[in-house]
Write a protein that binds this ligand. Sequence first.
Ligand SMILES: C[S@@+](CC[C@H](N)C(=O)[O-])C[C@H]1O[C@@H](n2cnc3c(N)ncnc32)[C@H](O)[C@@H]1O
Length: 342
Amino acid sequence: MESTPATPTLRDTIMKDIQGAVRLSVAYIGLSAGLLQAAERLKQADAAGLAQAAGGDLGYVVRWCDAAYAFGLLDETPGGFVLTDLGRAFLPDAPGTLMPFAVQEVLTAHIAERAAGLTKTGERPGEAVLAERATILPWFGPMLEAQFGPVFEKTIMPALPVYERAAAQGGLVIDLGCGNGWYLMRLARAYPRLRCLGIDGFDENVRQGQARAQAAGLADRVRFAKGDIYGFESPEPADIIALNRALHHVWDEKETVFRILHDHLKPGGAAVIWEPHWPAERAALREPARRMVAFQNLTEHVQGNHFLQPSEIAAAFRGAGLVPEVRGFLEGREAVVVGTRP
Ligand SMILES: C[S@@+](CC[C@H](N)C(=O)[O-])C[C@H]1O[C@@H](n2cnc3c(N)ncnc32)[C@H](O)[C@@H]1O
């Protein structure tokens, strides 16, 4: 039987997709090699000027400039290349930066290639896959921060009374699996009496957290340390223990984790668990705003994890003797489940 050829419409759709993906790859190289940042600092520069400012190889930078020009990240003027508005929008400090999309695209390509092979063998190599690409790892924390920091600050933090209550007592917030520390940094700035401790298993994250607490003059109230969630021991009973996109990493031993949460909270203290809301119905995954989570769950599978439904988290809280309250954010795509110790 002859297969049906792709219609011009299908071909057009896919051509746009591939060009979008390649545009993000070009942006990623520019970010990772510091070329977009150098173009912003220099305002106008030729490839040699950009290579020198970013500390890169001229041969590569010439080809990158061609690609960045082709995909509209750079314009050419008589005085050299200049960033376009689009190029500038990828800068990590740009308001509403597009940087996370570029990082996500390259991470996606890496995981897709790994998953293609692993699907044959069934192996699940764990979190080490994230560290297999040396340039991606340092962008992982900033990517998550740019994606979720603003929604935390504007929507979630003001909606949950637990932070205000803890701050009133000069309380302790512990963030388990804290990444680069963005969550605690935001809490510490918003609530000057809160004390914060971030724990993460990756050295790079702990280093980034410590450096930013130091730089912000908050190191007396915000500490970061390397540690394992499974064996966590709190220095004192905590007012809040948060896990942001970290619970699904340790769900395989959820009884241990929820016992740790219970035992390290003060009576009246709360565990605050933020996870993407894995929908009960597959049809919801077709919503454009939810599609990415379907692929990310494949990424999680490679790492030995899977995303959770809020009802599963609530049930685990009840099992550990904590009283759960499920809150939905971003049209229900993000779930925060607060478990209070009676
Ligand atoms: C998806 S990241 C989320 C990071 C951060 N909470 C955020 O929202 O940006 C999950 C984090 O959990 C950490 N993690 C996973 N398992 C861990 C464990 N057993 N002990 C300590 N950290 C762990 C990882 O190193 C990673 O930083």
